[in-house]
Write a protein that binds this ligand. Sequence first.
Ligand code: ADP
Ligand code: MN
Ligand code: MN
Ligand code: MN
Length: 333
Amino acid sequence: MAFYKAEYIWIDGQQPTAKLRSKGKIVPVGEEPPIWAFDGSSTNQATGENSDCVLKPVFVCPDPIRGGDNKLVMCEVLLIDMTPHPSNTRAACAEVAEKYADFDTWFGIEQEYTYFDGAKPLGWPINGFPAPQGGYYCGVGVDEVFGRDVVEAHMDACLVAGLSISGINAEVMPAQWEFQIGPVGTPTVADHLWLARWLLYRIGEDHGVSATLDPKPVRGDWNGAGAHTNFSTRQMRESYEPCIAAAEALATTHELHIKNYGDRIEERLTGLHETCSYREYRYGVRDRGASVRIPWQVVRDQKGYIEDRRPNANCDPYTVTRLILETVCGAAS
Ligand code: ADP
Ligand code: MN
Ligand code: MN
Ligand code: MN
């Protein structure tokens, strides 16, 4: 009998920011990855006396690390009665996406992250700091960018896995990078983003570098890391007024979104470094100092999408996309 390896990946119960976990299962060729289980007492998801949690596959793709017939299996965590575990944010996201399916909402998420080599960002001097920010964004050359071989390996892996990755770039702070997932509907965009994050860490293992989604990895005059979330409903893709209406709707729930857009968001949304302070909500055309940006070509074309610049790099995209649907589609219903 022939077998393949299925790496089951799930989101744990760590607070305030959940972590990814995974373990491997041998599955007979020709069979789908079945429902499985794990010890929730080791992941902040259960107590020792009642430790079993259930893994329900929600997205299966080729495994670019092991190759061959092997698979990566993104899972949802359930209780043993098959209802969503309290740590499971996907279930609520999928429910809201279903409710507003008529809006045909697309999301494109820009995931920023930072490579570390031990205690310092990759390529940074052992003592002191690199030259101030200014020349690193989309830079080229050994003195400008750090970790490009890892970035390329990650992008290739995402493509082999069939994730909807749409690009990469070096960021404003040296050793900081970005990849983009989408545009695609939710919860798919979030399934793909969580898997792409897992690949980011896993490929880092092979290169001896760690990736972090810390929203403010270096204090001081260094950019934080975000997860700008671009989105459009069908109406927004057809005309301009719904784009403005969406930006206006987000003003009404600003605090709720800020509370759920990633831990330590106030350290990143300071009003400096291309952010708007978390204390206020503002939208603007071309404005990278606004909470929500309307890209220039959207004004030119009088239709398109808008960019919510508030989410942190360490946000949960199931929660971010659910809140945007509730606020924007809720207001338009
Ligand atoms: P920037 O760095 O200038 O803010 P990026 O090019 O990194 O922009 O990201 C823009 C994102 O917008 C892309 O990830 C893309 O998926 C997304 N996008 C483009 N068109 C749409 C659309 N109609 N609806 C939702 N997202 C979109
Ligand atoms: Mn970008
Ligand atoms: Mn960016
Ligand atoms: Mn952006």
